[in-house]
Design a protein around this ligand. Sequence first.
Ligand SMILES: Nc1ncnc2c1ncn2[C@@H]1O[C@H](COP(=O)(O)OP(=O)(O)O)[C@@H](O)[C@H]1O
Ligand SMILES: [Mg+2]
Length: 421
Amino acid sequence: MKVLVIGSGAREHALCWKLKQSRHVKQIFAAPGSDGMAKVATLVPIGVGEIDKLLAFARENRVDLTVVGPEDPLVAGIVDRFQKKGLRIYGPGQNAARLEGSKAYAKDVMRRHAIPTAGHKTYDKPEPALEYLTHCDYPVVLKADGLAAGKGVSIVEDYAQAEAAVKECMVRKRFGDAGKRLLIEDFLQGEEISVHAITDGHNILPLCLAQDHKRVGDGDSGENTGGMGTYSPLPQVEEATSDQIQEEIIVRSVHAMNREEVPFRGTMFVGVMLTKQGPRVLEYNVRFGDPETQTILARLKGDLFEILSATVDGKLDQVQADWDERTAVTVVLASGGYPRDFAKGYKIHGLEYDLGPDVMVFHAGTKKVDGEWFTNGGRVLSVTALGQDLQEARAKAYAAIEKIRFDKMIYRKDIGWRGMK
Ligand SMILES: Nc1ncnc2c1ncn2[C@@H]1O[C@H](COP(=O)(O)OP(=O)(O)O)[C@@H](O)[C@H]1O
Ligand SMILES: [Mg+2]
């Protein structure tokens, strides 16, 4: 079988790496991919937004299955476009992808189907939003409705901060059309976890729980990022809690989409806050998380191609997946200045070492020039290690990182700290 993976980050590198292990997969194409993926995939110079070209490529090269990494093409309707031409593609259709593409829509679905989430209000104009903000309880959470590359959410402590954020979003239109509508959400307190499930609309395959570290600095300090590291399993989350999440959030969400007549097929990745009152949905994503995927796939014992392919065919009940009992830890190596301004083009040393069977290095933002590696993005590499427990997995990941260096390299030294308590 020939597979096309769309995207170029460490998540897509991990998807290619795992798909490559399938006995069904003969060739993998990655569009646009990255130099770091060239060992496992044939690179195709087409961007993730160029749906016409991706479609033409998949037809001409007789691709058997296309797997979409990032959210933008899903929200833009790539799945419907491929399916109309009879091409097999993994991911939700445009209507179902609205769960991620519009936070207001997601809230409506949750309200109609009693899925636990924070209370909220939606506004189309700044004046009534500002009026509400004069008498609400702080902190509150302001969210742009649409896709804003992870920058559309601000937690504000008082009216002055709230007013600035509302104007930024609705008057100065920092997020363009994505900020036409604004959600004001009650602030939830608790520990945040990443819950992934694969579903064909009827059958559900829960993936192992993971936890991301969003802030750039140790001890969860500094700015929010795309994610600085993950680990799995989560020793601090009891089985009863994880069962409750499955029932009240995952199963209910899949059924909700069926009752809404927009069946969801693909990866449902829910950000969940574990509050004193129980688990609450923070948001839906309609694709695999980055860097969660690196950790989850390191623990997956099963054929990823079979799983994704069965999902497309509505036969997810016919495949199996088991989980490696060991712990996986992923640490993201970033370029100093990330998530704001950072430079590119620093030489990367140490990628030539063999780090052993339990350590994987996935490339996020790298470039190969004349046989040497250089940084080419904010998040540069994802180092994933497996160990008998969290302590050992962490030790292995950080020992591997000791061998890798580039100027201005930054990374968190405390990945997994909430699980160590
Ligand atoms: N209601 C809330 N209470 C507390 N924190 C929140 C709430 N909603 C979001 N957050 C925080 O803001 C982050 C980003 O919000 P999220 O809804 O996931 O948007 P996005 O990932 O699209 O930026 C979350 O990971 C969480 O840390
Ligand atoms: Mg999020």
